[in-house]
Design a protein around this ligand. Structure first.
Ligand SMILES: Nc1ncnc2c1ncn2[C@@H]1O[C@H](COP(=O)(O)OP(=O)(O)OP(=O)(O)O)[C@@H](O)[C@H]1O
Ligand SMILES: [Mg+2]
Length: 324
């Protein structure tokens, strides 16, 4: 809608996944490195968690692209884990390209085991990736644990990657998942972008969409960071709305006021990141004042003063003796 107004060839802040717009912040790069290492080294179980909109699914698409370009890796990608156990195993088989015969769970499992053994003989790794894993029902989690038992005497047959929102960590920390928890060999928590990364992220998107001049002022970017907390999905939404607002007001440069306005319309508040620091500072201040008052009422400062005075007298006498 506003693209030509800003001299862009397309919308830079579309929330649809487009690999051209991929930006890997430090945390994204680390998560990717762990995932690639875990798969390559057949680490078995890998868990990645991150807040809503931090880029988990985007990262997984990128991982899939990388893995699918590798002849020695086969992947099954489950993006909606709300399935029954039977559907789940059937889905994995289909995604791996195995034609399924039979209807019972035992038959499906038999097919899967055979497939995994053959893949192992061909020196192929098989990876099951589950996105939105915070939505896995306990019985599916248990099934996944059992799948992780499929192994030869030398190696795991199936690498499993669970990716989800922080509730996944909570679920896994419950006593009933103790066994599964013990099997997790790599764990990583994806963080939001830093301020510097937020700026690079916005600049990259604008550049790819064809911008030749900066559109957001530095203060506007700071405000976007404050309101989004560095979460890519929120950055996109704020930027998109701010561009639309600028277009409506015939302003080619977006300033912090505009960002504030659209964030208020979107009901986004600045992330209370610094609140923790303020609480700590206030508590230290109160503690300091109370401590001071306590020592004062106990006569500690008077005692110190007397001691210091006595010390000075002593030094004075010493100097007098030396000079007389
Ligand atoms: N690394 C990235 N590079 C470019 N764009 C990104 C990146 N990460 C996220 N985005 C943008 O933010 C949007 C939301 O990201 P994504 O869907 O991957 O988040 P998520 O963590 O999977 O969210 P949810 O917890 O809701 O599943 C994406 O559609 C994309 O536009
Ligand atoms: Mg997602």
């Amino acid at each position: 809608m506003y693209e030509s107004f800003y001299g862009l060839k397309e919308n830079p802040f579309n929330v649809t996944p487009n690999p051209d717009y991929l930006y890997l912040g430090e945390s994204h790069r680390e998560a990717l490195a762990q995932l690639l290492y875990g798969v390559r080294e057949k680490k078995g179980f890998i868990v990645i968690t991150g807040e809503v909109g931090t880029g988990k699914t985007t990262l997984l698409h990128y991982l899939l692209e990388k893995l699918d370009g590798n002849n020695h890796t086969r992947t099954a990608f489950l993006f909606n884990p709300k399935l029954t156990v039977n559907d789940f195993i059937q889905y994995i088989l289909k995604d791996l390209g195995v034609r399924v015969q039979g209807q019972t769970k035992g038959e499906y499992l038999h097919h899967l085991h055979r497939y995994l053994l053959n893949a192992y003989k061909r020196d192929e790794r098989v990876v099951l990736i589950v996105d939105e894993a915070q939505g896995l029902k306990p019985e599916l989690l248990e099934e996944i644990r059992l799948l992780s038992n499929l192994e030869t005497s030398r190696s795991k047959l199936l690498q499993i990657v669970l990716v989800g929102q922080p509730e996944l960590d909570k679920t896994l920390s419950q006593p009933e998942f103790r066994q599964l928890r013990q099997r997790i060999n790599l764990r990583f928590q994806l963080s939001p972008l830093s301020f510097k990364e937020t700026r690079e992220y916005i600049e990259k998107r604008l550049r790819i969409a064809g911008a030749t001049e900066p559109i957001f002022t530095e203060k506007a970017i700071k405000e976007i960071y404050r309101k989004s907390g560095g979460i890519p999905r929120l950055i996109n939404i704020i930027c998109d709305n701010a561009l639309l607002n600028g277009f409506a007001l015939d302003q080619k440069v977006v300033d912090e006021k505009s960002v504030r306005e659209v964030s208020a319309d979107l009901q986004l508040k600045a992330k209370p990141k610094s609140i923790g620091k303020w609480i700590l500072f206030s508590l230290s201040l109160i503690g300091g004042v109370i401590g001071f008052l306590y020592l004062y009422t106990m006569g500690y400062f008077q005692f110190l003063y007397q001691e210091a005075y006595r010390g000075l007298q002593f030094i004075k006498m010493f100097i007098l003796l030396l000079t007389s």
